[in-house]
Design a protein around this ligand. Sequence first.
Ligand SMILES: [Zn+2]
Length: 404
Amino acid sequence: MGTLLFTGARQIVTCETADDRSVRSGEALAVREGTIVAVGPEHDLAARFPDAERVPCDGSVLTPGFVDSHTHAVFGRWRADEYALRCRGVPYMEIARQGGGILASVRDLRGRSEDELVELTRPRLGEMLRQGTTTAEVKSGYGLRTEDELKMLRVVRRLAEEGPMDLVPTFLGAHEVPPEYRENRAAYVDLVCQEMIPAVAEAGLAVFCDVFLEPGVFSAEEARRILETGRAHGLLPKLHADELEGSGGAELAVELDAVSADHLGQVSEAGVRALAGSRTVATLLPATLFFLGRKEYAPARRLWDTGATVALATDFNPGSAPSPSMPLVLTLACSQMGLDPLEALVAATAGGARALCLTDGRGTLRVGAPADLVLWEVEDYREIPYRFGTNRVRAVWKRGVRVV
Ligand SMILES: [Zn+2]
């Protein structure tokens, strides 16, 4: 593979910083062996790489691929039946009583083979890729039995090996208490800590360990025990925190030095301050609150202004966020949460990389970073969130190879 020289882009948005320095005009980008080797004035690069193969960008905009740092992309069937009930105002508890909710996905997933789940998940990743996502985190959490949690993580591993998208696996055995442990939750937490975490770590199937901390799901005490056990086995902590009710999730995430605190729809003021003074990334998932019909979003502006590192992700899952679209997340971040388009783009790329501990320059177009690139059919990067509901992606490259 020779050198590729991307020329004629109206803008190259490097996402290294959330200010004008990241928005380059009249510049080109050179790629060799899947890595960005130069970004600079077009005439300089043309002279430096005279034999490079030209990739004409025709006045479009070039950005890094999105790093979607929070998804539940491995699942069985969709749950549109349940959605229709919710739209008519049937409360979630009633839907759960009728067999819906997360546990519907659990029953469904347990009945499916690993091969079947690979086949179901592959096209979803293709859809993510076509909307500009080149790296994604994927969680387990619909198995809630050791064998089924391992099965989900093996599906992630197989699809990661297939490529082209990079997948980062997270163990989320504490997504919900399964029906067979409803009367004995302590025994389920024991199972997660004593059997699942060691098995996942032993098989090298996850990088992170996550817990759904929320009143009625897992408590702070249970989350602490699970995340500390995970860490002792080499799995870095993440936390679903303060999604629908504030419960001190952000504060706990910071106390445990979690890599990220995700959701934060109802984070407290103390939680915002704790995140601002920490290295825990605030991962915001506005598509979920939008889809659930909530009117209040996470305080993205406050988090950003107080100095927290903000990431944006889809939360792609069959219950509360069935969309794999990062451009839609950008629109929500700008229109509903007060970020400006450049801040939102940085949060969805470099921010996502921070939330996944990827330190190879991923999510930026700096020299040395993998050449994960998206070419947008727009004249200005601000059109990416602005022209919502259409897919403006013209082409995607993963490590310098065109994949869309
Ligand atoms: Zn989630």
